[in-house]
Design a protein around this ligand. Structure first.
Ligand code: MN
Length: 302
């Protein structure tokens, strides 16, 4: 049996918990972007598969997810659990009654549902900092290696964040994170534009792939000019070849009562993407950029 999961903190914790229950190791886990799962471009041969924190991947035996926009009637008979929850890890911890990961799971709940403070966005620490070390840049060789390493570490020391953070490999990644953040901030500031409560961040011409990682996703909300914006639309090329363009739409987690009427994931689902009520994304062929951009802006300006 193998796992396929999302390359973020919730994805890693979910696959780790599924592995404890079903009996597979962190090294038996593969990673996919939600759009890869959605567009069916994952090939799996002759293995029993557990999918966590992603859209359903055809052929999988078990599927656990909490992204409401992914729940389609045609998948109703698939084994596993799909329900609205703060995190997928929270569902697995409860259903499988895996003991010993209370803090890890409750922090994953909080981070995946963007229950964040300005202080931690500006200067990440603890489990939130850990979440920043995980990315979807699969063109980099050690992305998968590091994910496996971190999963093993969390499996051993789950609730002892101090010990996880003090691990030498994790420490190296943290140093790199803060170095990248210093480089990314001036660029993010330069590429953001706000008007009428909308914050637009265009990273399509980013000089380095570091800027296209999710790590600095929320930074514009703590910059002057971004603080009062209700929603951010971030545009970037997820691959180095620019064939695809991704829009991420996210409500400002720092504004408590933030326009609850638009379900972002459900709306983006109509454009071929998905996500949560408060955040989501859609990946398209770059040739479709103008059409999809207009559709997004039309909905957000309503
Ligand atoms: Mn999740």
């Amino acid at each position: 049996m193998i796992g396929i999961t999302h390359s973020d903190l919730d994805g890693l914790v979910s696959a780790m918990l599924a592995g404890i229950h079903f009996g597979f190791e962190p090294e038996d886990v593969r990673f996919a972007r939600p759009s890869d799962a959605q567009h069916g471009i994952i090939d799996i041969i002759g293995q029993e598969i557990v999918v966590t924190d992603l859209p359903y991947i055809s052929g999988a035996t078990y599927w656990f997810d909490h992204h409401l926009s992914n729940f389609l009637d045609k998948f109703e008979g698939i084994l596993g659990v799909r329900e609205t929850a703060d995190s997928c890890a929270g569902i697995l911890a409860r259903v499988f009654e895996v003991p010993g990961y209370g803090a890890l799971v409750s922090e994953t709940d909080r981070i995946d549902s963007l229950d964040l403070t300005p202080e931690e966005i500006f200067e990440p620490y603890g489990y939130y900092l850990l979440s920043k070390l995980i990315n979807e840049d699969f063109s980099e060789v050690n992305t998968v290696q590091f994910n496996h390493y971190l999963m093993s570490l969390m499996k051993d020391k789950g609730d002892h964040i101090g010990e996880i953070i003090a691990d030498p490999l994790v420490e190296d990644k943290i140093t790199e994170y803060f170095r990248m953040q210093e480089l990314a901030r001036p660029y993010l500031k330069q590429q953001m534009q706000s008007s009428n409560g909308l914050l637009l961040v265009d990273l399509r011409g980013a000089p380095s792939k570091i800027y296209t990682r999710c790590s600095f996703m929320y930074d514009p909300f703590v910059f002057d000019g971004g603080k009062d914006s209700g929603v951010m639309v971030r545009t970037y090329h997820p691959g180095l070849d620019h064939r695809e363009t991704r829009f991420q739409v996210v409500k400002n987690p720092l504004i408590v009562d933030n326009s609850p009427n638009l379900d972002i994931g459900a709306f983006l689902n109509t454009l071929g993407g998905g996500g949560h009520p408060y955040s989501g994304g859609v990946t398209i062929d770059t040739g479709e950029t103008d059409r999809v951009y207009e559709a997004i802006m039309g909905e957000l300006r309503r």
